[in-house]
Design a protein around this ligand. Structure first.
Ligand code: CU
Ligand code: ZN
Length: 186
């Protein structure tokens, strides 16, 4: 009878897994924005062109990878609307034709912001809800608030129709319904 008992005792020592010492990983607290970088900010207040009611604000924040664009528009009508930076900071004409063509300092063809080649001012489309309001927040790599190709002093235009991101020279987006000059803010 005894040999059986000895066998059970011997088995009890097997399978004793080593206990891992659980190191709580002490990642140092991240100091956010150390050095408090002063970010350049520009704003365009959009006014409606003749016969339209579109208004809104577009804010531009310089970031290391481009410019963050934050748009808040009203009364632009539901659906997709071409949304560009045009070369002249002049919204004085009733149809905003004074703003000229798309801002294109590099001599590229018109396109969408995702395309390899496109106008610096090509921001694609902004989508409005049924009520005609539209919000957009997106970083555009080709934009800058400084240097030779700065968009400060240019104009933001919202169009009545959709930019097809293809047709030359401006995406066949129809009439200009709102215009605002981009100005630095302090
Ligand atoms: Cu345009
Ligand atoms: Zn364009």
């Amino acid at each position: 009878m005894l040999p059986a008992l000895i066998g059970i005792l011997a088995a009890g020592f097997a399978g004793c897994a080593p206990v891992d010492s659980v190191d709580s990983e002490n990642t140092p607290a991240r100091t956010e924005n150390a050095g408090r970088v002063e970010r350049k900010i520009a704003i365009a207040n959009l006014s409606p062109t003749q016969g339209n009611e579109a208004t809104g604000t577009v804010t531009f924040v310089q970031e290391t990878t481009g410019v963050r664009v934050i748009a808040d528009l009203r009364n632009i009508g539901s659906g997709s609307h071409g949304f560009h930076i045009h070369e002249n900071g002049d919204c004085s004409a009733p149809d905003a034709s004074s703003a000229g063509g798309h801002f294109n300092p590099t001599g590229a063809p018109h396109g969408g912001p995702e395309d390899d080649r496109h106008h610096v001012g090509d921001m694609g489309n902004i989508e409005a809800t049924e009520s005609g309001g539209a919000m957009l927040e997106r970083v555009f790599e080709s934009l800058s608030l400084e240097g030779e190709n700065s968009i400060v002093g240019k104009a933001v235009i919202v169009h009545a129709g959709k930019d097809d991101l293809e047709s030359q020279p401006s995406g066949d987006a129809g009439a200009r319904i709102a215009c605002g000059v981009i100005r630095m803010s302090e």
